[in-house]
Design a protein around this ligand. Structure first.
Ligand SMILES: [Zn+2]
Length: 160
């Protein structure tokens, strides 16, 4: 990014130099020299515009790169945590959730993950809503709005 800033500064310098020369020449009212300088100015402005455009693209790519790196980290973390979840059916007719079943010791309490988000490599905890239907309490994913109603609630399996 530094290089782009440096190039932009160079063009700014060229433009200033051009302006100084132009001012000096204007005082002499040398129309022919001014006429010759005009295309030079246009070239400088054009190059400056291209530099700024490149700079903008570069910034956007950099931002995208950071976002992708962040997403990759999330996916890597998810892949590690994934082993601690089992798909269980909590609703007659097939409504399922990913239930927390830690293989070792964990400080996390019992909870369910949204099955839609889970498939997209994202851990999103289902939250209980105040709403109750005939099928039970409604649980909602705050990420994708996936909802299901069930009489079950998150719990660890009884020790065997
Ligand atoms: Zn979801």
């Amino acid at each position: 990014m530094m290089e782009f800033t440096a190039v932009a500064t160079t063009f700014q310098g060229l433009k200033s130099a051009y302006d100084s020369v132009k001012d000096a020449l204007q005082q002499r009212e040398d129309r022919e020299v001014q006429y010759l300088l005009e295309p030079l100015l246009l070239k400088i402005l054009e190059a400056q515009e291209q530099t700024l455009s490149l700079h903008t693209s570069h910034l956007m790519l950099h931002k995208e790169k950071l976002e992708l790196e962040k997403r990759l980290q999330e996916i890597e973390r998810f892949e590690l945590d994934k082993q601690d979840y089992r798909l269980i059916q909590v609703q007659q007719g097939g409504g399922a959730v990913y239930s927390f079943r830690p293989t070792g010791h964990s400080d996390k309490g019992a909870h369910w993950l949204c099955p839609s988000c889970f498939e997209a490599h994202k851990a999103s905890i289902l939250q209980p809503m105040a709403v109750r239907t005939s099928a039970g309490r409604t649980w909602k994913c705050s990420s994708c709005d996936h909802q299901l109603s069930t009489e079950s609630s998150p719990m660890f399996p009884p020790p065997t």
